[in-house]
Design a binder for this molecule. Structure first.
Ligand SMILES: NC(=O)c1ccc[n+]([C@@H]2O[C@H](COP(=O)([O-])OP(=O)(O)OC[C@H]3O[C@@H](n4cnc5c(N)ncnc54)[C@H](O)[C@@H]3O)[C@@H](O)[C@H]2O)c1
Ligand SMILES: [Zn+2]
Length: 385
């Protein structure tokens, strides 16, 4: 898939309505050169100086620099911007205060001011880090995201959570800081490694289960297109996922009402699997895929859903080559998993709370779940088979 996957269809636009922090997400295919025009328009509409001679810092990582970040930088230069690139090591360890400092140094050396735009071209690591730096440099400078992983396109670039990791706690240092806009090109996903692509699909399936039954059915009907990364299907899937997440964020921007918790379906189990199987063993999206199956089984055990709902999720996840059980369930002890889940953000005083489906397209945050029920689900999957 190269030039053939370019399309002339118009970009989809998802408007995120957050008062004076509102912004647009544009979803196109094969139009990365159009990034400059969008950035220019977003800046001027917010009262920043017009582009010519203005400064942009493109933040990226070494896997994305040559393929995608340079195209964005060139499009800005062609439009008359002064544009520099800062390329960081790839991987989760880059989401650190140390790398943030490197970006502050670069901004200061470039004499960046309040009109300077930080453009994140990369996955969630680059988006979270660059957004955090933009939120704090000079008390906040314009920030644009050009997400290049499926996870970043459907999840991390929507909602304004930015931040870095503390050596002892992931995502512990951060802010809510909305971008000026998000520019998505689904063709960028063609270079994404297979596992990373599929991990992003797990979050897409999640949106269908928690919020949108017809979207889940659409995914079931387009498995083949998804597996070959068809840009037209991806454009729809990415735009719909962004819309669904934006709907939640619009009602709970600062994670106060509890609504945003629905996005954590599959994540209480998933985070425990990720942590105990050793970070890196399971990608986040893979852990979420398995976590959704466990959470759905738990809902079934509690009599909240019929077994077919779990079966449908298992089938779809399998067709997308995602795991539906742990690679080696016996390796993780039930007690450790339970203890880990009791540490989860959504527990209050050690009480177990889970986001559970009540039907396709609808979930509820359920409190007071007996540990014995959770243990029983974990034990079920520890049987060989
Ligand atoms: N802010 C939020 O709301 C939010 C939500 C979910 C996750 N996150 C964060 O997102 C991060 C994970 O993001 P991720 O999964 O995108 O990981 P990532 O940014 O590490 O990217 C995964 C890998 O893919 C490479 N890559 C990126 N785009 C590529 C492309 N087009 N072609 C080839 N290689 C490419 C990267 O270099 C990296 O090696 C985590 O730190 C997580 O905490 C944030
Ligand atoms: Zn997730």
């Amino acid at each position: 898939m190269t030039a053939s996957s370019q399309t002339t269809l118009p970009a989809s636009r998802v408007h995120v309505n957050l008062g004076d922090r509102s912004y647009d997400i544009l979803v196109a295919s094969g139009r990365l050169q159009g990034a400059a025009a969008a950035i220019e328009q977003w800046c001027t509409s917010r009262g920043h100086k017009p582009g010519t001679g203005r400064l942009a810092l493109v933040v990226t990582d070494i896997h994305v620099e040559g393929s995608h970040a340079r195209t964005v930088a060139q499009s800005l230069r062609d439009a008359g911007w002064r544009c520099e690139i800062e390329s960081l090591p790839a991987g989760e360890t880059t989401k650190s205060l140390e790398q943030a400092n490197r970006l502050y140094d670069r901004l200061i050396d470039l004499r960046a001011d309040r009109h300077t735009v930080v453009v994140a071209v990369g996955g969630g690591v680059i988006g979270d880090l660059a957004g955090f730096v933009a939120s704090t440099y000079s008390r906040g400078i314009p920030f644009v995201q050009v997400p290049t992983t499926l996870l970043a396109q459907v999840d991390s670039s929507v909602g304004g959570k930015v931040g870095v990791n503390h050596p002892k706690a992931k995502n512990m240092i951060g802010a809510f800081y909305q971008p000026l806009g998000v520019y998505i090109d689904t063709v960028l996903l063609e270079t994404l490694p297979d596992r990373e692509y599929r991990a992003g699909l797990a979050e897409v399936v999640k949106y269908g289960v928690i919020l949108d039954a017809p979207f889940f059915e659409y995914l079931e009907a387009h498995v083949e297109e998804l597996n070959r990364r068809d840009p037209d299907v991806l454009r729809h899937v990415v735009a719909r996922s962004c819309r669904l997440k934006a709907d939640v964020v619009e009602h709970d921007e600062f994670e106060r009402t509890g609504l945003r918790a629905v996005l954590n379906y599959g994540h209480t189990f998933g985070h425990a699997f990720e942590a105990l199987s050793g970070y890196g063993e399971l990608l986040h999206g893979e852990a979420v895929a398995v976590g959704m199956v466990y959470a759905s089984r738990l809902a079934d055990r509690l009599g909240r859903i019929p077994p077919e709902l779990t079966t449908r999720q298992v089938q779809l996840l399998r067709q997308l080559s995602l795991p539906v059980r742990l690679p080696d369930p016996q390796a993780l002890s039930t007690e450790n998993l339970l203890a880990r889940m009791q540490l989860d953000k959504k527990t209050v005083g050690g009480e177990l709370r889970f986001v559970l489906p009540s039907r396709l397209g609808h979930v509820e945050l359920v409190s007071g779940i007996p540990a014995a029920e959770v243990t029983a689900v974990l034990a079920e999957f520890q049987q060989p088979g």
